[in-house]
Design a protein around this ligand. Structure first.
Ligand code: ZN
Length: 166
């Protein structure tokens, strides 16, 4: 297996590691994977933390390491988080957004500008007739909203943007 193939294997594995805060959405689809370096049988991965308030980084690190080291050619995997790189909710892939919706979490608005009001569509019926019920969701990254059309409560990811580039 050459380096290119190894790279692809690592990326494929990263698509199977979920963010514990958002089950079924992989760390790859959340846009958290910044760089993968393969050196012979050693792999090092640089990841970008999503929401600074999310306490799951240790857990993610362990899961990623475990999944990568499970491949029989890997002798060791190093996972680092880069706090220089800025993650934004725009980094979530389309597939990631679909997965979020399937689990009743509205993906964050795209191209959000800080300070703007943001509205989200209901992940169940698509209605934009939604209201913010509780800005403090179960985690710092999510809010609870209420759909005025289908009457379902749902969660929405808050938009996060890189304030230094806007
Ligand atoms: Zn609805």
């Amino acid at each position: 297996m050459n380096d290119e193939q190894k790279h692809q294997k690592v990326h494929a594995i990263l698509k199977t590691v979920d963010d514990p805060e958002l089950p079924s959405v992989s760390v790859a689809d959340l846009g958290m994977v910044h760089e993968v370096v393969v050196d012979q049988n050693k792999v090092s991965i640089t990841m970008v933390p999503t929401f600074a308030g999310c306490p799951a980084l240790d857990f993610i690190e362990k899961n990623v390491k475990h999944a990568v080291e499970n491949m029989n050619w890997v002798e060791g995997c190093q996972v680092d988080f880069s706090f220089q790189e800025k993650w934004s909710t725009d980094a979530i892939t389309d597939e990631g957004k679909e997965q979020l919706k399937k689990h009743g979490v509205s993906p964050p608005p795209e191209n959000y500008r800080p300070g703007e009001e943001w509205s989200v569509d209901c992940p169940y019926c698509g209605s934009s007739f939604t209201s913010m019920d509780n800005v403090f969701g179960p985690t710092a990254c999510r809010s609870i909203l209420y759909c005025g059309s289908c009457k379902n409560p749902f969660e929405a990811m808050k938009p996060v943007v890189d304030y230094s580039v806007v």
